[in-house]
Design a protein around this ligand. Structure first.
Ligand code: ATP
Length: 207
């Protein structure tokens, strides 16, 4: 059993309702596309799923049991990673940023192997010793994805992942998302440009 379903999710700010009693399954190997106009609540919803913001109410059905959002919050923060469209990168090199995501106490050889493998996957090998803060928008987004994957999440939530990218970088991102689906990861993509993500989308939620 490998289920991860959100039930009865609601969020208001004052009198304004962003969403109410939403049911939302995150399915292994599938991508859910999230659309809605500016201010519709896409980022808020993703931050709630990742345990970063509180809903008014909500429950999680995970692996055969049902939990309140509050009780399951620590697991959400570990299992579901939210990537902002302008990823926060630490001072230091690309390598340092990747190393930061690895479990403490990992043998040095294992650490090197994991960093080199993920850098290769994300097309960052030639940039490993470069300062992370000097990466282009597309490179920074790929580093953020690679760093998140080293934490072995159950789901990755990407907020406008291709904003400010050129055509080649967008295509590369799509290929990476396809590959993550093949590996069985749950994906959610918030975008104002749904046509771009049509090929990787399995479900569509419009807020
Ligand atoms: N802490 C807060 N207090 C009050 N209102 C908030 C708070 N955080 C967000 N909002 C409001 O909630 C609404 C939803 O914001 P959110 O960022 O989730 O929208 P979005 O769909 O991601 O928008 P965009 O497409 O512009 O990124 C907005 O009107 C925003 O101003």
């Amino acid at each position: 059993m490998n289920e991860l379903i959100f039930h009865q999710l609601s969020k208001h700010y004052g009198k304004r309702c962003l969403f109410t009693e939403l049911t939302l399954p995150l399915i292994a190997g599938q991508c859910l596309l999230l659309t809605g106009k500016n201010g519709a609540g896409k980022s808020t919803l993703m931050r709630i799923l990742a345990g970063l913001d509180k809903p008014d109410q909500g429950e999680i059905q995970a692996d055969g049991k049902r939990y309140s959002w509050r009780a399951y919050r620590p697991q959400l923060q570990r299992q579901i990673l939210y990537l902002h469209q302008q990823p926060y990168l630490f001072e230091g090199s690309v390598w340092d940023n990747l190393a930061y995501a690895l479990t403490r106490g990992l043998p040095r050889s294992e650490q090197h192997q994991q960093i080199e493998a993920i850098a290769d996957w994300a097309g960052l090998t030639a940039l490993l010793m470069n300062p992370a803060k000097r990466l282009s928008g597309g490179e920074a987004q790929r580093l953020a994805m690679a760093r998140a994957l080293l934490r072995k999440p159950r789901a990755l939530l990407l907020d406008e992942p291709t904003a400010n990218m050129d055509q080649a970088a967008r295509l590369l991102t799509l290929e990476m998302l396809e590959d993550l689906k093949r590996q069985g990861l749950r994906l959610m993509v918030a975008s104002h440009d749904p046509d771009w993500f049509q090929a990787v989308t399995n479900q569509h939620l419009a807020l």
